[in-house]
Write a protein that binds this ligand. Sequence first.
Ligand SMILES: NC(=O)c1ccc[n+]([C@@H]2O[C@H](COP(=O)([O-])OP(=O)(O)OC[C@H]3O[C@@H](n4cnc5c(N)ncnc54)[C@H](OP(=O)(O)O)[C@@H]3O)[C@@H](O)[C@H]2O)c1
Length: 271
Amino acid sequence: MKLKQHTIKRLKGNYGTWSLITGATSGIGKELALKLGEAGFNLVITGRRKRLLDALKEHLTETYNIDVVTIAGDLSLEHDVIHLIEETEHLNLGIVILNAGFGTSGKFINSNLDDEMNMLNLNCKALLILTHHFVNAFKSQSKKGAIVFLSSMVAFQGVPNAANYAATKAYVQSLGEALSIELKSEGIDVLCAAPGPVETGFSARADMKMSKALKPKDIAIPIINAIGKKSTVLPGFLTKFLVYNLRMTPRWGKIRIMGKVMQGFTKHQRS
Ligand SMILES: NC(=O)c1ccc[n+]([C@@H]2O[C@H](COP(=O)([O-])OP(=O)(O)OC[C@H]3O[C@@H](n4cnc5c(N)ncnc54)[C@H](OP(=O)(O)O)[C@@H]3O)[C@@H](O)[C@H]2O)c1
């Protein structure tokens, strides 16, 4: 599936032609880069794995004849976040997709505190610093700006067996929802994309065995289509089905149901 011409026209008209995607070396971020590249956006792509960034840059520039800037770095480290800001200051970025993130799973009592802190630094602290920088940068531009957060289905309630991961995404979702209202009058659109399980590098790093996962290509176009139109998108049929089915359930019930789901995703850890 491709982005429709009227969507490309709307996005370029509103936000210009430069877009940043953090965490573009695999999964959802890579698919978003491929779709925006195909639509003719120039891209800044980031990730820790420089070799994968260079390979993606080569593919994007050769296939779509666009400009691509790669910035390798570990965004859980504040100096690499600052480096990313400095390296993009001269570019007229219009769409900023803060996608880089990871999850952990299992019993919190057995978790490794360094890993949990690292996740907090990447999923929340880096996202906060970059958002603060880019909304101020957008304010001084004549065109609009858009920020996209990768939230998650786990953001809407506590999730036993992925407690800290779900809490990081609750932070992301809550920040995004509030900023989408607060920043509208500044000409800045904020979107939270909250997918359910997606087949990416995520599950291996989080040590989850997820069933009924979507593919990144199922969710990239719905996410891009929603920029400037919604404050939250539940991309893909399965995500909508799961979230809508839980909507009428009281919060305590949702926590128990999501706990059962996560128990299934982490069953192998107990066998
Ligand atoms: N897959 C799912 O089921 C799912 C569901 C809901 C939400 N999400 C969210 O979607 C986002 C993308 O995840 P994904 O599923 O596409 O997983 P993925 O395939 O593992 O991709 C994660 C991306 O983030 C980058 N990244 C990870 N740690 C980083 C660090 N310390 N510094 C800089 N970049 C880093 C990775 O690049 P390097 O490894 O090269 O650094 C990679 O490009 C995450 O925020 C995740 O929480 C995923």
